[in-house]
Design a protein around this ligand. Sequence first.
Ligand code: SF4
Length: 243
Amino acid sequence: MKAEEEIRNIFGQLKNLLLAEQEMGSEPPFIPSEVRSYLEGSVSAAHVHNHELAHPDSLEALRAFIGECTRCRLHKGRKHLVFGEGSSQARLAFVGEGPGREEDTAGRPFVGEAGRLLTRIIKAMGLTREEVYICNVVKCRPPGNRDPETDEIETCIPFLKQQLTIIRPEVVCTLGRVAGQGLLGANFRITLERGNWHSHENIPLMPTYHPAYLLRNPAAKRHVWEDVQKIMTFLGLEVKKND
Ligand code: SF4
């Protein structure tokens, strides 16, 4: 039996219990208000689903829904859940892997050394951080900056997908292997497939290297600039020659 069916059964039994109590004229048992409103039929099924709002209509509503999330083990070591930041009307969304130490401390994405490099890339495109949207595949820092594990990604990625559904950017730019695999599937190979257009939910998607990789391999900056120029051309941004 699916978990959601089990939950419905439990709620159904609770409802019967409540009705029986009322019929016998007994004092109703204490029931939390959220459970009570569900029994009264005013709470949508989305509230008992673990991961997805039925119709997320704003980033604020999604953030509230995620709450102080404990849905995967990454919550245990985090200081802050890093939801993402930028414009809800962004034409371009960057998707990274997950928060590092500085992001975990600040509660903001891409604020460490790699983040400063991403900020320079965004500026070189003629944009600001406030004009784009920046987020990650997982919202809590993996311990020791290890890669997020498959089950952690599977648990968290519905939230990223909902962010992209809400923002509906004209282009998504994934940064690094993990983000590429998260949105394009496990077969995605960064070295072979970066720089080529893909799509996520009919949104054009350009995969490129993660800025942290560029810090270790400065020679790869040239490739990222080529990829970024493709995005600029797509968005009709002026491509400068000397950056
Ligand atoms: Fe929840 Fe995502 Fe953090 Fe896991 S990584 S605890 S799913 S917000």
